[in-house]
Write a protein that binds this ligand. Structure first.
Ligand SMILES: [Zn+2]
Length: 74
């Protein structure tokens, strides 16, 4: 049974949900169904679109697309 990761478009809550065919998950915080469906938790280990820490990007150290200093927030 697949587990998907969602981000609520209304409140920004991120959560994981088991999704069976015919069912629609909703945000556990605000019960909105305006959700951004992400890949499985296994494929979504990184955020920001980076596929590898070895990728040379604007940050110069981690390749974070938002520019220098963005990775320091983690
Ligand atoms: Zn929400």
């Amino acid at each position: 049974m697949p587990i998907y990761e969602y981000a609520c478009s209304d409140c920004g809550k991120e959560f994981e949900a088991l999704v069976r065919s015919g069912t629609t998950p909703e945000c556990p915080e605000c019960h909105s169904q305006s959700l951004e469906k992400k890949l499985s938790v296994f494929a979504a280990a990184g955020t920001g679109g980076g596929h590898s820490h070895s990728h040379a990007g604007p940050c110069g150290s981690c390749g974070h697309p938002n520019g220098p200093g963005s990775c320091a927030l983690n």
